[in-house]
Ligand binder design. Structure first.
Ligand SMILES: [Zn+2]
Length: 44
């Protein structure tokens, strides 16, 4: 099984924590897809 984090339908932006383009924005919540980072934040 391979999980492609670069899926075209995902909007990935730069994570403020690990500085990689793995930050996923979802309904006002940000969550980093980088397993070594694990950054997540909800901004409402
Ligand atoms: Zn991160």
């Amino acid at each position: 099984m391979t999980e492609d984090i670069m899926a075209e339908n995902m909007q990935l932006v730069q994570c403020p924590s690990c500085s990689q383009n793995t930050l996923k924005m979802d309904n006002g919540c940000h969550s980093c897809l980088n397993e070594e980072c694990g950054f997540s934040k909800c901004d409402v």
